[in-house]
Design a protein around this ligand. Structure first.
Ligand SMILES: [Fe+2]
Length: 192
């Protein structure tokens, strides 16, 4: 039990330790990924209750700090759940799969036309991450690749991502509409 409890503390400590005004996100991802790879079973056991809740997409706060600003979250993804294309309010961020597998489509938004261009597709298994460096024009869409299992992911953001923008594309014209503000609620706080 002790080990299962400690792994969240370890992930939180790594995220906070590597948070600066301009963090080295590749390094943070490598350090977090190493722990996730090493202790995948402990992690799945510790977080089993989040996978069994079946309450829809849930965001759990693991840590937050003011200076430099950072928030660390665990997200629970219902089977097949897909987000809208969304930005991160200009914050830097790192998103890493803990349990299961996520697909991420990354986009770059044209500052003049508002059009979004697909930049890449990634498939993230446990310990795999994607990150962005506080670019206002970066957006992405994430999906749980499983039809049956809840996936879990770790998110580290350079601030409190309470508000962001979602983007929609008209099927008839292929045009991206003006961004829509969204609010993200917390399901609760996770203790280490
Ligand atoms: Fe995101």
């Amino acid at each position: 039990m002790g080990k299962h409890k400690n792994i969240l503390n370890t992930l939180r400590a790594i995220a906070l330790e590597h948070t600066t005004e301009q963090p080295d996100l590749a390094l943070m991802a490598r350090e977090l990924g190493r722990v996730v790879h090493q202790d995948a079973l402990a992690l799945a056991t510790r977080l089993a209750s989040l996978r069994n809740r079946r309450h829809g997409l849930e965001r759990w706060l693991l840590a937050e700090r003011g200076r430099p600003p950072v928030s660390v979250l665990v997200l629970a993804w219902p089977p097949n759940h897909v987000t809208p294309v969304h930005d991160h309010a200009g914050l830097w961020g790192l998103e890493m799969t803990l349990v299961g597998a996520l697909e991420v489509h990354s986009y770059q938004r044209d500052a003049t036309t508002g059009d979004l261009r697909l930049r890449g597709r990634d498939w993230l298994g446990p310990g795999d991450g994607t990150w962005f460096e506080g670019d206002r024009h970066h957006a992405h869409r994430c999906r749980n690749l499983s039809r049956h299992e809840t996936a879990l992911s770790l998110h580290v953001y350079g601030g409190n991502l309470a508000e962001y923008f979602a983007y929609e594309r008209a099927e008839s014209t292929g045009q991206w509409s003006a961004p829509l503000p969204r609010r993200s609620a917390l399901a609760g706080r996770l203790s280490g």
